[in-house]
Design a protein around this ligand. Structure first.
Ligand code: TPW
Length: 561
């Protein structure tokens, strides 16, 4: 229990006193929080010092959005809410993008921001960094709370933790006004006011009738398919999920962050026949729409069923409980899916894998995405515990389809929104939380959103190898300004930029790689040395396509001349 200077009460007894700073720290520690991702300033600078003094790991960033992304992915990896700490107004707003992204992706995180004086904020009298942060956070967070009195800190932190972790996890905002930190109270009463949250993510058992309905539907399927999402990865029910897949013999398709939940090399993995199985399957378990199919959806939130397609058999509960109930339901002698379905998939897989192998074996100059990713695929195969962080457009789509993942929760990427800027925040958190080697495959545009955090990688000496696929621009580097004017086209960057020099400024290892052999050597050395490394991998500037695989989402101009 942290305390401040004892005060002499009027009776002459020495009274132990605590304050808001220490109560927040004690409440976090009491609930097993060991790390804070943040950026100091008024009114939380002293808080960061005291937190560090109290044994919490305080990881400081260069921009709050990156601290927020770090907290969010730490939450995904650990099933404990990741904590992001910011200053008021601008720092809070910088963290808010990450909070909204966490809510969208069901990552448990708590954004704690200092705020200005309520009385002045509410009358809009112009306090330092005045902003009604609670109101602004509400629509973007799963829940939002403000604590005004030191004796309510325990309740505030407990409610934030429960909101972040229970049901569908999400982002929670906790508003702590500057005045709260300095408020004092009797240390003993303070200690008693704290809450150690019991069972913050309670199991939710699916109804027997719902499980029966799902099993019946699956039984009648001629072309069944299991789709695994990142919720399945988050659940850490890996053994049961694998048992369900293997006992039923049903082909499965992992969504991006579910890759590795079963190894991508598993014989039932249908990733290499994705565009065949999605429209062809007749009963799909877990996910979204496609034509006249029937769907079983496993979800902890009952209101998610029918959200974009009719769900014939919703199974509502936590994934672990649902999967073990389904396993019990299918029993010991489940017939394998019809042979025609399995052989049709196997045929497509074989052809696509052979075609891909041919492409990967080419060695064009300059490098393209494929020849570079053949190297990354080998490095990940040789280091299956390494965590792969990935963002960009082509750099994302090609990595997802080419680089096999071998273990659960090793692939962290742009998630539901396809947001650029998660890269360095995710990389820092992944290294801090797991101690494992991190490999970040970054488009040159994507990297720019969080690139200053290479200093953070060096400051904490993290085993992160950043590989920038440098094709001179957003999507590609070949656009030209149609006016012939001096400005380059909007998607084009400085040609031949040397991103490797950036990390050298902070004592990290920079490598300029123009061939797969150079890339391989540099990545192997990074993994061996565990030093912060940035490899500028030069990619053919004409190799990418607009928006990667989602070109069709770009609106087309209707203008005719
Ligand atoms: C917060 C729009 C999607 S992908 C991308 C942008 C700007 C960068 C693509 O270029 P990069 O990759 O990274 O060099 P590559 O391999 O194709 O060359 N702002 C935010 N999020 C998104 N998604 C965008 C903009 C976008």
């Amino acid at each position: 229990m942290g305390t401040v200077e004892p005060q002499v009460a009027q009776s002459g007894d020495v009274q132990e006193v605590t304050d808001g700073f220490h109560l927040v720290i004690d409440a976090l520690k009491l609930n097993g929080i060991d790390t804070i991702f943040g950026l100091p300033g008024i009114p939380i600078t002293d808080f960061t010092r005291m937190a560090q003094a109290a044994g919490l790991r305080v990881i400081s960033f260069r921009h709050e959005q990156n601290a927020g992304n770090a907290a969010a992915i730490a939450g995904f990896m650990t099933q404990k809410p990741g904590i992001c700490l910011t200053v008021s107004a601008p720092g809070f707003l910088n963290g808010l993008t990450a909070l909204a992204n966490a809510t969208t992706n069901c990552f448990p995180m708590i954004l704690i921001s200092g705020s200005s004086e309520r009385e002045i904020v509410d009358l809009q009298q112009g306090d330092y960094e005045e902003m009604d942060q609670l109101a602004i956070a509400k629509p973007l967070a799963k829940a939002a709370f403000r604590v005004l009195h030191a004796e309510d800190i325990g309740v505030g932190i407990a409610r934030a933790i429960r909101a972040a972790l229970s049901g569908r996890p999400g982002g929670v905002y906790l508003d702590l006004p500057a005045k709260l930190f300095a408020q004092t109270m009797d240390a003993e009463a303070g200690k008693k006011s704290l809450i150690e949250v019991v069972d913050p993510a309670p199991k939710q058992i699916p109804g027997a009738d719902a499980v029966k309905r799902a099993v019946e539907l699956l039984k009648g399927a001629k072309k069944p398919l299991i789709v695994l999402g990142k919720g399945a990865a988050y659940a850490q029910a890996d053994a049961d999920i694998r048992a369900l897949v293997e006992k039923t013999g049903i082909p499965y398709l992992p969504m991006s962050m579910a890759k590795g939940l079963l190894p991508d090399t598993h014989p039932q993995c249908a990733s290499a026949a994705r565009s065949f199985v999605l429209p062809e399957a007749d009963v799909v378990m877990d996910h979204k729409s496609w034509g006249g199919q029937k769907f079983i959806q496993v979800d902890i939130s009952p209101q998610e069923a029918d959200s974009n397609v009719r769900i014939d058999a919703p199974v509502v509960g936590d994934i672990g409980s649902c999967v073990s109930a389904l396993l019990a339901g299918i029993g010991a002698s489940w017939p394998k899916p019809p042979a025609e379905w399995l052989s049709a998939i196997a045929e497509r897989k074989k052809n696509n894998i052979a075609k891909m192998a041919e492409t990967l074996a080419k060695n064009p100059s300059p490098m393209n995405f494929h020849s570079a990713l053949a190297v990354v695929r080998d490095i990940i195969k040789a280091n299956p515990d390494a965590i792969l962080v990935n963002e960009g457009a082509n750099a994302l789509d090609f990595t997802r389809s080419i680089v096999d993942m071998h273990k659960p929760r090793k692939r962290l990427d742009v998630g539901t929104w396809g947001v650029m800027g998660i890269g360095m925040g995710f990389a820092v958190a992944a290294a801090v939380v797991s101690g494992q080697q991190v490999i970040a495959i970054e488009g040159d545009s994507a990297f720019g959103f969080s690139g200053m955090e290479v200093e953070t990688l060096c400051r904490y000496n993290l085993p992160v190898c950043v590989v920038i696929f440098n094709n001179n621009g957003v999507y590609r580097g070949t656009d030209v300004n149609p006016t012939g004017g001096p400005d380059v086209a909007p998607t084009v960057f400085v040609k031949g930029a040397r991103y490797d020099k950036l990390i050298e400024a902070f004592g990290g290892v920079g490598v300029h790689a123009t061939t797969p052999a150079e890339l391989r050597k540099a990545m192997e050395e990074a993994v061996r040395s565990r030093r912060p490394t940035l490899i500028n991998a030069v990619i053919d500037e004409a190799a990418g396509t607009e928006s990667g695989r989602i070109t069709s989402l770009n609106p087309k101009s209707g203008e005719k001349k």
